[in-house]
Design a protein. Sequence first.
Length: 303
Amino acid sequence: VIHVAVLGSAAGGGFPQWNCGCLNCAGLRQGTIKAVPRTQECLALTGDNDRWILINASPDIRQQIETFRPLRPQSLRDSPIAAVILTNGDLDHCLGLFSLREWHRMTVYATQQVWHGLMSQNVFFRTLQRFPGQLQWRDLTPGLTQRLDPDGGELWITAFSCPGKVPLHLEGLQASHPEDNIGVRIFDCSERTLVYAPSARDVTPELYAQFQGAQCLFFDGTFWSEHELAGLGIAAQTAADMGHLPIGGDAGSLAMLTDLDVPRRIYIHINNTNPLLRADSPERGLAESAGWEVAHDGLELTL
Ligand SMILES: [Zn+2]
Ligand SMILES: [Zn+2]
């Protein structure tokens, strides 16, 4: 059995985003659209309801822990959080690590690329190295299966490379690499499988194969359209420039994954500009009639 809780479902910036007055963000603040606020993407999961694993550590982690009761400490100084998996090195996925300090030991699963990008030339990282073994790194080499939670968790993990990009803050410093961005398959002893891929620039045949046979897939729901930001006059970058496959359109994920045999398919990491956030938008209707769910903070499921 795998229990999953969505702690945060928005892309970087959250919903609403502090400096954004787009239709969605302004409408949410004014209460004129059918939508709910969302914190930045973070998932919690457990195989035994005792020790929990986070996927990504969002800048909202402190609030997310307080909101989800099972993650609160049980004694004077402890945490049910046994480890953190990083799917890439983007700040909205890593910044939360720096909120998990206070002399606490933590295990981080990340590819060599992501780990290197986090550690090298990063003076802040020293705050997570105050004592030997404070942060323990486990290499998430794609294709390698290992136990999730070195202290005896009941879940297993295999990472796979996902088309993506090097983090914004490392552009020009670190060449892009297949292990910049990954998805993960997490499964228990009866092979109940969760696939988590919150950032993907494309669905290659290799990626498609990774999704097959899962009971549940969380997939990149960042943008509805390729030119979403330009259309709103926010920025010139396309979804592809930012490492994301849009949901809509002939080549979008809705079309590409239409025949996928996975009972639960859930969009996550949703940017605040995405019309999917409005419960009564035509785009939301399209996704739902194709069998997709839209993640919201507080969504829980059991596989
Ligand atoms: Zn992100
Ligand atoms: Zn906005």
